[in-house]
Every structure is written in structure tokens, then in C-alpha cells.
Design a binder for this molecule. Structure first.
Ligand code: HEM
Ligand SMILES: CC(C)=CCC/C(C)=C/CC/C(C)=C/COP(=O)(O)OP(=O)(O)O
Length: 312
């Protein structure tokens, strides 16, 4: 029998607000929402602040809803993996049916409300992003191919395009560039995590690259994608979303990120394991800062442009 001196919700199986909120993957979605906000704020023209606020809120709700649907579909593997065992469904606090209903209802709500608040291009992009993450990535690619996140990563790259479309009602080269930055960033971001998560995905039978091809190949892939990412990220400095602030930011971040990727690439597996994957963990942390600061720089360029500072 369990220790009843601490009567947690896990003991009773009763769900609280926090459990439903956790279903929306709030920590991951915070960066997703930030990139969407930058897309919106950097777009030419602008919208009323209330429309901007509501649009970001509905994108956040749509992103959260897709997280709930991901957790509903993946409940079986989340139950097996240590990292995900305490999620609301495997821990028994939220039932799969509840998660599915919440995911579907919030997805529909977010798409319709974004359409009404902003426009139907943005709403269509949000619907497509949810579809891509839930159906294409989660239901299809994730359990089928080690290239799952290379293709599926596109889902996480759409949010700035949605934000941009809120203002402009369309798609443009600038929003496609922001998409490309996240698209190229996703593989090193995720594979770094794979190196120190170790057997999690293997135990669950998910064919992530490190499971099917091992850590050496994953380290090689991280380096190749980081080099490609650096070329694209620095190159973007000379486009409509760039400028001097972006250039300096990107040069520094890419120098650090490349150094990190090389350090990971050179690592011997036994050495890495012995020191608790410190460098891999640091590289993953840096990946989050990398994306945050690149989008921060894009925002700074756009914000300063009216004062003659942003852009070239
Ligand atoms: C298919 C693409 C992606 C995959 C497979 C992936 C996978 C992961 C995983 C497994 C984690 C560990 C944390 C957890 O268990 O929830 C994580 C953390 C994180 N990811 Fe990603 N990610 C992807 C794309 C993105 C994108 C596009 C963003 C934002 C733009 C993002 C932002 C984050 C953040 C902020 C964290 C840290 C969360 C924390 O503090 O716990 N990820 N990612
Ligand atoms: C606006 C909108 C709809 C945004 C969605 C953005 C998006 C697709 C972000 C990807 C986030 C993520 C945690 C992927 C990992 O899934 P996983 O299932 O491989 O990770 P897990 O093993 O931790 O569940």
C-alpha cells in the first residue's frame, strides 16, 4: 500500500488544473509561441494590439491542443519512458479520452477563433500545423522512420509563418526564412537530447536516429546539420529579416553552437557516459538559447527599423 501521509492527486487519480495544463506541453510551447509572436511583430503593417494579443493566445491554445493530441496518441510509449511517465495520462490523472476531447475541442476553438480574430490564411496555417504535428509527425513518421524529426520538424517551424500571416494575410520570403531557421535547428536540438536520454526511446520501440543507427551516427548528423544551420542562419542576416544586430548575434551564437557540435562530434561515447553527458546537455541548453536569441534579434531589427536603426 502507498504511503498515505502525503495524499497527492496521483494517489487519488483526481486531476487538477495543473494536470490539464501539463497536457498542453507549456514549456516547449513557450518557445513556439515566442517565435509566432516575433513573426507577428516583425511583419510589415501591424495589427491592433488587441488582435495581436488574441492571435498569439489562439496560436498558443492551438499549439497546446496539438500537445494534448500528441500525448493522447503516444500514451502507450509515454508510459514506458522514464522521462514521460509522470505526464498526465501515464500517471493516471487524465484519461486518454479526456485528453483527446480536450485536444480536438481546443484545436477547433483555436482555429476558428484565429480565423475570426485575424484572417483565414493564418487560421488555415494553424490548422495545417496542428495536422502536421499530430497526424504526419506523431501518428505516422515518429514510429516509422529515423528521419521522423527531420521531416516532422516542419510542424514546429510554422508558428512564425502563422504570426506573419496574421498581419499580412499571406506568406512571404521573410516568413519562409523564419520557417527555414527553425526547420534546420530542430534536428541538432532534438538529437542532442537523444544522446543523453539514452535508452528511453529504445525501450519504447521508437526508431529515433540514435536507436536505429547509434550515437556515433547521431553525433555526425548533429555536426552536419549544425554546419548547414550556421550557413543559413548567418546568411539570413543579409535578407529582409536581418541587419547588424542580427548579424552580430548570429555570428556569436553560431560560433558557439558550431564549437559545441564539434566538441560533441569528437567525443568518445565512454568518456561522455562517464562524465554524465555534460557537453551534450550543455549543447541542448544552448540550442534553446540559440533559437530564442535569433528570434529576439529578428524582433530587435524590426522594432528599431522605424527609428532608422533596424535592417541594413
Ligand atoms: C519535431 C520537433 C521537435 C522534437 C521532436 C522536440 C523534442 C523535444 C523533447 C523530447 C524535449 C524534452 C522535454 C520534454 O520532455 O517535453 C524538448 C524540449 C524542448 N523543446 Fe523541443 N522538440 C521539437 C521541436 C521544438 C520546437 C520547434 C521548439 C520551439 C520553437 C522546441 C522547444 C523546446 C523547449 C523550449 C524545450 C525545453 C522544455 C523544458 O524546459 O522542459 N522544440 N524538445
Ligand atoms: C502552433 C502549433 C500547432 C505548434 C506546434 C509546434 C510543435 C510541433 C512543436 C514540437 C514540439 C515537440 C515537443 C515535439 C516533440 O514531440 P515528441 O512527441 O517527439 O516528444 P515526446 O517524446 O517528448 O512526446
Amino acid at each position: 500500500m502507498s504511503d498515505t501521509s502525503i495524499n497527492t492527486r496521483a494517489d487519488t487519480g483526481e486531476a487538477g488544473f495543473g494536470d490539464y495544463f501539463a497536457l498542453l506541453k507549456p514549456r516547449v510551447m513557450s518557445l513556439v509561441v515566442f517565435t509566432a509572436a516575433v513573426g507577428l511583430l516583425a511583419a510589415p503593417g501591424g495589427v491592433h494590439p488587441f488582435v495581436a494579443f488574441c492571435s498569439i493566445l489562439f496560436i498558443a491554445v492551438g499549439g497546446g491542443a496539438s500537445g494534448a493530441l500528441n500525448m493522447w496518441w503516444d500514451a502507450d510509449i509515454d508510459r514506458v519512458m522514464k522521462r514521460t511517465q509522470s505526464r498526465p495520462i501515464p500517471s493516471g490523472k487524465v484519461t486518454p479520452d479526456e485528453a483527446m476531447a480536450i485536444g480536438v475541442a481546443l484545436s477547433g476553438f483555436a482555429v476558428v477563433m484565429l480565423g475570426l480574430a485575424a484572417n483565414w490564411v493564418a487560421a488555415g496555417l494553424l490548422a495545417f500545423t496542428i495536422f502536421f504535428y499530430v497526424v504526419i509527425y506523431t501518428m505516422w513518421l515518429k514510429r516509422w522512420t529515423p528521419q521522423n524529426i527531420v521531416i516532422g520538424g516542419a510542424a514546429g517551424a510554422f508558428p512564425p509563418m502563422i504570426g506573419w500571416a496574421v498581419v499580412t494575410g499571406g506568406i512571404s520570403i521573410e516568413s519562409v526564412l523564419m520557417f527555414t531557421l527553425i526547420f534546420m535547428w530542430t534536428p541538432p536540438h532534438f538529437w542532442a537530447l537523444c544522446l543523453f536520454m539514452k535508452s528511453d526511446y529504445k525501450d519504447a520501440g521508437v526508431p529515433m536516429l540514435h536507436v536505429t543507427h547509434g550515437h556515433r551516427v547521431t553525433r555526425n548528423h548533429i555536426l552536419v546539420y549544425t554546419i548547414l544551420l550556421a550557413i543559413i542562419a548567418v546568411g539570413m542576416a543579409f535578407t529582409g529579416v536581418g541587419g547588424p544586430i542580427y548579424l552580430v548575434t548570429s555570428l556569436v551564437l553560431n560560433a558557439l553552437f558550431l564549437a559545441g557540435a564539434v566538441a560533441i562530434w569528437r567525443r568518445d561515447e565512454t568518456v561522455a557516459e562517464r562524465d554524465g553527458y555534460k557537453r551534450e546537455k550543455a549543447f541542448f541548453g544552448l540550442s534553446l538559447l540559440y533559437l530564442f536569441l535569433h528570434f529576439g534579434a529578428i524582433l530587435a531589427e524590426a522594432a528599431l527599423a522605424p527609428y532608422g536603426w533596424g535592417g541594413w
